[in-house]
Each structure stands twice: as C-alpha cells, then as structure tokens.
Design a protein around this ligand. Structure first.
Ligand SMILES: Cc1cc2nc3c(=O)[nH]c(=O)nc-3n(C[C@H](O)[C@H](O)[C@H](O)COP(=O)(O)OP(=O)(O)OC[C@H]3O[C@@H](n4cnc5c(N)ncnc54)[C@H](O)[C@@H]3O)c2cc1C
Ligand code: SF4
Ligand code: SF4
Length: 613
C-alpha cells in the first residue's frame, strides 16, 4: 500500500467524522469543547460562521453528523447500545446559553457597486446574503411571505421551533443592511433580470405538495388538505382546529409534523397511514419516535384506494393491504395480500406524500435550462445555471432536502457569485484553509481533555405530554441544562486532535502499539490494502475510514494506524520515548466568499492545496 499523504487535508478532515459528514462542514469538536468550557457565545459564533442558524438547527437539523460520529462506533465495540454524541442538541445549548452576540456579527464593507437579488428568504438565500452583504454587495431578498425564514417559518411547527428563535437568527442577517422585500412574489424572471441585478440567486424552495389521485378526492375536497399548505396555514394562524378523526397520508417528516400538529389542534384519533413498511419510511427515526411517543399510531402497508363521502362530507378512506417483495436487484414492489380492503373513518385527511419543484415564474425562453425532472441544469459544485449570472440553491436546486444542505448550497453559490463578479472562473473552487497545531503542554499533559468519558448519551428533557399536547406553540423539547451539557460534551472524543506520526524519530520500540487501548496501531510488513486490513493488531473493518500507512521504517516494516476507532486519548504520544507521535489540533475552515476565495488575492496555506472534498 502507498504511504499516506497527510499533506492532503482531506485525509485529516475525514478523521473528524462529524465535520466531514456535515454538509456545511461545521467544526463540531471545536464548538463542543467550547461548550464544555462554558464558552457558549464562542461556540455559537464558531457555528454561525458555517451553519448560520445554530438555534434553529440545534432544534431541527437532520443531523447527518450523528450517524457518522465515532463515539457510536467506539461504544458499539464496548456496549450493546451504541450512541453518538448529541451533537445537534449541544448546538442548541450554545444558542440557548449564549450572551448577546450582535456586536460580534461582521462589520459591513462599503457598497462595492454590485447588486444581488435573492428569490425566496429561506436558509439558502439567507446564507447567500450572510456571506455577500458583509463584503459590500447590496443584497435584495424577495419573499412572497411577510417575514423571512422560508420553510423554517412556514412549515416547521412552533412546538419544535419557537418563532423567537427564527426572528433572532434571520434578524442577524437582515440587520446586515440586507434589503428585505417581504410580501413580494417574483412573478417573472425576465422582469427581475430587467432590473439589472449583477447576479440572481434562486432559493425559492420546492413549494408544491404532491396531490392524491384516487376516486372521491375532489368530491370531498373541503376536508382534504395538502400537508405543506395546511402546515403553513397552521403556522400563520389561519387554521386553528381540525376534525376529531384525522388520517395523515405519508411517511416523511412532513407527515410527522402534520400528525403532531393535528393532535394539538383537537384531533383525538390521529393516524399516520403509509404505503411502505416502518423501516422504509422517509421520516427521521426520532421524528417517528416523537409521533409515537405522543400516542399516534403508524399503519404500514396500506395503499390508498378511494375517499369515501356522503354528498361531499368526508366519512373515511379505503385502503388496500399490501406486502413488500424485493427482486434480485433489491427493487421493491408492493403486492396486494388478498386480505379485504380496510375502511378507516375520518373527518379530515392531510396529504403528505411528497413535494415537487415548480418554477411557473421562470419563462421557458429566458435562457435557463431545466432537465426532464423539471430541475435546473447546474454546474457541478458551482450552482450556476445555463444563464451565467443566475444561480440556484437549496430545495430549488436538487429537490427537497433539509436546512443544512440549503445552507451549504448558499455558501457555495456565494463563492461562485463573488468570483463571477470579480471576473474569475467560477469552476475553480478554492481549497479550504487548514491548520495543525500541537496540543502538547507537558509529558502527560495536553491542552484538551483526553480522559475518555464512559457516560452513555444523555436524554433531552421534554415538557409533560399533557401540557405539550394542549398547545401548538409550546416547545416540546426543553434542551440540556448547563450541567448535562457539560457531561454530554465530555463524551466527544476530540476527533480533530489528530495523531501525527514522525517516521524520522520512530525507533520501532512498539510501545505505542502495546499501550493503545483500541489496538489501533500495528507494526507489520506492507501489503495491499484489503489484505493489510485483515492482519493488523485488530482488523480494520470500516473501509469508509482511512488507515494511516507510514513509509518503510528502518527494519523494513511499516507502521499502520486504523483511524476508525481511535479515541484520541493520546496514550501513544505519552508513551513514545522519542516524541514520534504528537497530538495536533486540525482546524479546517471551508472557503467562503471574500478575498480568500479569489485567485487575485493571497492563496491559502500550501498544505491545503490538494484538498479535493
Ligand atoms: C413540513 C416540513 C418540515 C420540515 N422540517 C425540517 C426539519 O426539521 N429540519 C430540516 O433540516 N429541514 C426540514 N424541512 C426541509 C427544509 O425546511 C427545507 O429543506 C429548507 O427550508 C429549504 O430551504 P430553501 O432555502 O431551499 O427554501 P425554503 O425554505 O423552501 O424557502 C423558500 C421561500 O421562497 C419563497 N418563494 C417561493 N417562490 C417565490 C417567488 N416566486 N417569489 C418570492 N418568494 C418566493 C417561499 O415563500 C419561501 O419562503 C422541512 C420541510 C417541510 C415541508
Ligand atoms: S466523538 Fe466528537 S469529534 Fe468525534 S465524531 Fe463524535 S462529535 Fe465528532
Ligand atoms: S490516541 Fe493513540 S493510544 Fe489513543 S486510541 Fe488513538 S492510537 Fe490508540
């Protein structure tokens, strides 16, 4: 196997599993350490730079970082119950416990003569505004709704995300001199382009809910609602009650928000009915758990057949019972079981079976190409459309996803816009800035807490069920208090503190190999990767995580370190008599719009030059 090239920052970045998995590459261990030290405002600002909405995301993020978290893998080796660090809930701690951070927001450069239009005030557009306004761009954000926030405000129910948090975090951005034109729907791209904006960012989301097409649907239309429209009406106070018996169709997060909202608006018999099996439902596991915790049953393998009504008054729905069958390629078919159809009585049906993109306001002949699925044709990683000064991001770019992905798109689109308007090639994506710094304070002392905590994940406290269900606005999750936050933060393994090996000073005494509690380190002969993985001190089974492989040592052996289950405890470095191992903190800041993303300004450090991811 080739010796590892650690000058490629992607190598060390990948070891920080949570940061690698986060679409916005938030430096997770850095902010978790700050929370452990009670430095909540600092933790908030570290977050704010990359994920922009720490208070919102600390309550709602889809958390792709958590399944990746090393703590889950390490505990799996030691316990039956593997639990990642509660990364998302710790983010909320920073937001809830911080001081006033308004003075820490960026200063705004004088107007640079360039004007940007953003269509929609969701997280993607607001991220573009957050990155470009401080640079002196005049950013105008249009939204058909009166207030900013997009789906964060109109879709996510208040019992999961209080309005005050949305106001605060959208406010930080609008206060940067952004022109917000609320209540103004953009009805023509051509007319918008005629206003001579230097660039246009389309962050209008995926605002159309999929329709239910079964007999009786139109006859009982008054009692059947499209989930995302119904949630927006609930959010804005236009709908304040619901029938007692409610059927929610669909297995995604929208369905979970619909059923939990219906419970709070007076629904007594609320059911979720899904075509698929429980495991295949698209909703996040915790959303399903939360709905079930509130006494909402989920009926699987029921395919809607017809809507039943009496002269237009909804009485129920009939479902066919199916089972799943998989072919040799793993493709699923739903096969009727032959059991009798099931009639479920109801007064209201909420349809949450998916979302679609729609751009009725973009004229077909204005130069923006769309693919066969109706999505814009975009440059990979640049978010540039076929009309060079128009960019897309968030759900409008690649279909419905989540807030943190919309934020990540916003950052990348802002880089593209900044480069375009500085006369530079948008396809050249500048590398991130990286930094490695030794944490050594003494022979057995490090500037981070390396004593691995044995605690299992702490549960977030909830409001009492009867109180929570009595109000659509009362927040259900209460968040960690400072003491629990400290203990949960202590579960983090500081994966950004890297084990850095210096082959030149290694005397091959094998002391590091002997002391490592996880058997991460092996001195052995070289071989090809698949074979080498099997004959280490402990087999390296998780191929998604790299192994560090040194160049040949004096005895002809090599040193191999499996990065997968390392605890970053530093015992190898404490034990090494020659200091061949060091624990070095790796900081990676993604390149954002501004001088660092331009060719015409000083380049980032050379160690970052080979970043590929
Ligand atoms: C019910 C529901 C619950 C969700 N829960 C979560 C969650 O818990 N966590 C999570 O991460 N994600 C969640 N999502 C997904 C998340 O909200 C979206 O992925 C995200 O908001 C997309 O951001 P965006 O920037 O693309 O635009 P959006 O947030 O969709 O905002 C687009 C904005 O554009 C405006 N607009 C559209 N067309 C025009 C026009 N022509 N002129 C002017 N304005 C226009 C709309 O009014 C809207 O305000 C949820 C989605 C739904 C439907
Ligand atoms: S243990 Fe900490 S640093 Fe490591 S992946 Fe989990 S949250 Fe990230
Ligand atoms: S830091 Fe060193 S001793 Fe600790 S688990 Fe990792 S390789 Fe083993």
């Amino acid at each position: 196997m080739q010796a590892t090239n650690t000058s490629n920052p992607a190598y060390f970045h990948k070891v920080v599993d949570c940061q690698w998995a986060c679409p916005a590459h938030t430096p997770v261990p850095e902010y978790i350490r700050l929370i452990g030290q009670g430095r909540y405002s600092d933790a908030y600002m570290v977050n704010w730079v990359s994920n922009v909405f720490p208070g919102i995301l600390g309550r709602t993020c889809d958390r792709p970082c958590e399944p990746a978290c090393r703590r889950g893998r390490v505990e799996e080796n030691n316990r039956t119950q593997a639990e990642p660090v509660a990364i998302c809930r710790l983010k909320r701690v920073a937001a809830d416990h911080k001081d006033d951070v308004s003075a820490r927001m960026p200063t705004i450069a004088p107007f640079n003569g360039k004007r940007i239009a953003c269509v929609g005030a969701g997280p993607s557009s607001l991220t573009v505004a957050r990155d470009l306004a401080p640079l002196g761009y005049e950013v105008t954000v249009f939204d058909s709704e009166a207030k900013a926030g997009g789906f964060m405000r109109s879709q996510i129910p208040r019992f999961r995300l209080p309005e005050s948090v949305i106001d605060e975090e959208t406010g930080y951005i609008l206060n940067m001199g952004v022109r917000f034109r609320g209540g103004e729907r953009v009805s023509s791209m051509r007319a918008l382009l005629a206003q001579n904006f230097d660039a246009v960012f389309v962050g209008c989301g995926a605002p159309r809910g999929r329709e239910l097409d079964v007999p009786g649907r139109q006859d009982a239309a008054a009692h059947i609602h499209i989930g995302i429209e119904w949630l927006a009406n609930v959010s804005f106070g236009h709908i304040t009650s619901v029938g007692e018996r409610v059927i929610v169709l669909g297995g995604g997060n929208t369905a979970m928000d619909c059923c939990r909202s219906a419970r709070r608006l007076g629904g007594k018999d609320v059911k979720v009915v899904v075509r698929s099996g429980f495991e295949e439902m698209k909703a996040s596991p915790w959303e399903k758990e939360d709905a079930q915790h509130e006494g909402i049953p989920i009926l699987n393998y029921h395919v809607p057949k017809s809507v039943e009504h009496l002269n237009g008054k909804l009485t129920g729905m009939t479902f066919e019972i199916v089972r799943a069958e998989y072919d040799a390629k793993g493709r699923r078919s739903l096969i009727p079981t032959g059991e009798p159809d099931v009639l479920l009585e109801c007064d209201t049906v909420l349809v949450a079976i998916g979302q679609e993109n729609a751009f009725p306001w973009i004229e077909p002949d204005c130069g923006i190409a769309f693919d066969t699925w109706g999505l814009p044709v975009l440059g990979e990683g640049t978010f540039q459309s076929t009309l060079p000064k128009v960019f897309f991001g968030g759900d409008a770019a690649y279909g419905p996803k989540n807030i943190i992905t919309a934020v990540a798109h916003g950052h990348e689109a802002a880089v593209s816009i900044d480069r375009l308007l500085n006369g530079e090639d948008v396809t050249h994506r500048p590398p991130p800035r990286t930094h490695l710094l030794s944490q050594k304070m003494g022979i057995h002392e490090w500037s981070y807490h390396n004593d691995v905590s044995n605690d299992t994940r702490f549960a977030v406290p909830w409001a009492k069920a009867d109180v929570a269900l009595s109000s659509i606005k009362l927040e259900v999750e209460l968040g960690f208090d400072a003491a629990t936050a400290f203990k949960e933060a202590s579960r983090c393994l500081n994966c950004d503190v890297q084990t850095v090996f210096n082959r030149g000073t290694c005397i091959e005494c094998d002391a590091c190999m002997d002391i490592c509690p996880m058997d991460c380190i092996s001195f052995t002969t070289n071989g090809d990767e698949a074979e080498l993985r099997t004959r280490l001190k402990a087999p390296a089974q998780h191929t998604a995580q790299a192994m560090y492989v040194s160049a040949e040592l004096k005895t002809g052996r090599i040193l191999v370190k499996d990065e997968d289950v390392c605890l970053h405890c530093g015992l190898c470095a404490e034990r090494c008599p020659t200091g061949a191992w060091d624990m070095q903190k790796f900081l990676l800041n993604t390149t954002q719009a501004g001088p660092h993303c331009r060719d015409s300004k000083p380049k980032p450090s050379t160690s970052a030059a080979k970043e590929t991811a």
